[in-house]
Design a protein around this ligand. Structure first.
Ligand SMILES: *[C@@H]1O[C@H](CO)[C@@H](O)[C@H](O)[C@H]1NC(C)=O
Ligand SMILES: *[C@@H]1O[C@H](CO)[C@@H](O)[C@H](O)[C@H]1NC(C)=O
Ligand SMILES: *[C@@H]1O[C@H](CO)[C@@H](O)[C@H](O)[C@H]1NC(C)=O
Length: 380
């Protein structure tokens, strides 16, 4: 044990190391691996973290109750990271379960802890429960943005006021050392889908507001322009993926005949349709949307060329279904090999889920998008 005086010096050293490292302390630019030409994303939905060891699990089998707590959620995040070794981890809201988290900061630090210590870049968006503890939505998102190894951002830079907290985009560049190392080949859009309606005549959950849709439109259009500008011009657009918490009304378009996975409860979208799906379709680059919120739904369905996917409930303090394993979704984008043997642009986007059972079983693997299935002209 260090004496208090030494501890003070150590703390000072750490602070100085942090300050002097400046922007290099920020996680590196997301990029495809030079070795495999892949980029893998782990989605963790609805951890509902409370106070840790003291917080019991919901909806587990009677024999599991006594030994189950938030720590099982933590263990599951760790197991997923070890099993999949993702390049990026995204937490899609209800990361903490407000009412049962007596200190929002402590709860978040514990909930995101395994991601932080893994050294893997991670990001989060807000759900409808994150603000119910000791911090507001802005406070929660501000804390997240300040955490280690995160690429989360509060809101887009610039003068325009965008509703919510935590609307931002992330670029995934080509492999280091390749011709596309400074070019975004995959775009991630993170949005705050709100909590509850504040319009008295509209009951229910929040929705993606016009200001956010305008930001998305501008961002998508800017990225599409730069994708098709020199150097290494590409036709069309880099594929995009959108991550947020509350499903869209269009998530209700599917049943078991035209989706992969299960629908075991209603689609808890807003009671009004704010048009974000139409905005996405019109923008043309987004291939799939990933949400959480309804823990018992884990399906993907395709509507107008866009996959709408749930991740399925992850957290043990969240409602679930006893005997139905908690789960997580993985997405992998892979680059095509050019004739010259270097990495080209994104060729396919695949997904699967892993269950928190003994073997971390993989289920429902499917292709969400592939270049050959579109009319996009091949270039390079
Ligand atoms: C929770 O973790 C404990 C301790 O590792 C374990 O014994 C128990 O089986 C886990 N419960 C569930 C539901 O996974
Ligand atoms: C990417 O940017 C870096 C830093 O500006 C530069 O050194 C490198 O040559 C660029 N790579 C390509 C392929 O243009
Ligand atoms: C899925 O199938 C159901 C009927 O079984 C149909 O009502 C629905 O429109 C279909 N959805 C899509 C997106 O094709």
């Amino acid at each position: 044990m260090a004496a208090p005086k030494e501890m003070g010096a150590l703390a000072m050293l750490l602070v100085m190391a942090f300050l002097s490292s400046g922007s290099s302390a920020l996680p590196r630019q997301l990029k495809f691996s030079a070795k495999h030409g892949e980029f893998k994303i782990l989605q963790v939905a609805d951890m509902h973290f409370g106070n840790g060891k003291r917080t019991p699990c919901q909806d587990v089998l009677p024999r599991q109750v006594a030994s189950c707590s938030d720590l099982n959620t933590t263990a599951f995040v760790r197991r997923m990271i070890l099993a999949e070794r993702p390049d990026f981890i995204v937490f899609t809201g209800d990361n903490i379960f407000g009412f049962d988290a007596s200190d929002a900061v402590k709860s978040m630090n514990a909930a995101f802890g395994p991601a932080v210590t893994s050294g893997i870049p991670w990001a989060a968006v807000l759900g409808n429960h994150d603000q119910e503890s000791t911090l507001s939505r802005e406070g929660v998102m501000t804390h997240i943005v300040g955490m280690k190894n995160t690429l989360s951002q509060l809101n887009p830079a610039g003068a325009h006021v965008v509703d919510g907290f935590g609307n931002y985009n992330l670029e995934v560049h080509g492999a280091e050392g390749s011709r596309t190392e400074n070019k975004s080949l995959l775009n991630l859009y993170m949005l705050d889908s709100g909590d509850y309606s504040t319009v008295p005549s509209i009951p229910g959950y929040g929705w993606i507001k016009p200001s956010q849709q305008l930001w998305f439109q501008h961002t998508s259009s800017r990225l599409q322009k730069s994708y098709s500008s020199k150097p290494e011009a590409q036709k069309g657009a880099a594929p995009g993926l959108a991550y947020f918490h509350i499903p869209l009304p269009e998530h209700a378009s599917f049943d078991s005949t035209n989706s992969t996975g299960v629908r075991q409860e209603g689609i808890s979208s807003a009671t009004v349709n704010s048009g974000f799906f139409t905005t996405i379709v019109a923008a043309g680059d987004v291939k799939a949307v990933f949400t959480g919120h309804d823990h018992l739904n884990d399906f993907c369905g395709e509507l107008t060329g866009i996959h709408l996917c749930y991740a399925g409930g992850f957290g043990y303090h969240a409602y679930g279904k006893a005997g139905w394993s908690r789960r997580a979704r993985v997405v992998v984008a892979s680059l095509e090999k050019t004739q010259k043997g270097s990495w080209g642009t994104v060729k396919a986007i695949k997904t699967w889920k892993r269950l928190d059972d003994k073997k971390l079983s993989t289920i429902d693997a499917q292709v969400l998008w592939s270049k050959s299935s579109t009319n996009t002209q091949r270039i390079l």
